[in-house]
Design a protein around this ligand. Structure first.
Ligand SMILES: [Zn+2]
Length: 120
C-alpha cells in the first residue's frame, strides 16, 4: 500500500547495506588493532548440512531446534550444527589464505571463500 513503494524499498535496502558496510569496516579495523582477522563465510546451507557426513538436505531440519541427518542419523542442536559448519568454512578459508601466502600470493580470507553474510 502507498505510493512509490518500490523506490522506498530500494532506499531502505540501500540504507541497510550502507549500515552493514560501516559495521564490517569498523569491525575489521578493531580486529586488526587486537591482532584478529575478519573472515566472512557464505552461510548458504549451513543449517541444512550435516557436520559429520556433509549430507545437505532440507529434510535434515524437520524441527526448528533439532538437526537430524537423514543419511547418517547424526543428531544435534540445529544452531550448534550450523555454527560448526560456519567454523569449518572459516577454517578452510584461513587455510586457503595461508597456502596462498606460502605460494607467494597474499590473499584476504574473505577472498579465499566466496563470502556474504556471516562473520567469524
Ligand atoms: Zn550425516
Amino acid at each position: 500500500p502507498g505510493t512509490k513503494v518500490k523506490a522506498k524499498s530500494g532506499l531502505n535496502r540501500s540504507i541497510l547495506n550502507d549500515a552493514w558496510h560501516k559495521f564490517f569496516t569498523y569491525l575489521e579495523y578493531k580486529l586488526k588493532l587486537k591482532g584478529g582477522i575478519l573472515i566472512k563465510v557464505n552461510p548458504q546451507y549451513t543449517s541444512q548440512t550435516c557436520i559429520k557426513c556433509g549430507h545437505i538436505s532440507k529434510d535434515n531440519r524437520t524441527e526448528q531446534a533439532l538437526f537430524k541427518c537423514i543419511k547418517c542419523g547424526y543428531e544435534a542442536n540445529a544452531d550448534h550444527n550450523a555454527a560448526q559448519n560456519i567454523l569449518r568454512r572459516a577454517g578452510l578459508a584461513r587455510i586457503a589464505c595461508q597456502a596462498n601466502l606460502v605460494g607467494g600470493r597474499q590473499q584476504e580470507p574473505s577472498e579465499a571463500y566466496n563470502s556474504s553474510n556471516i562473520v567469524v
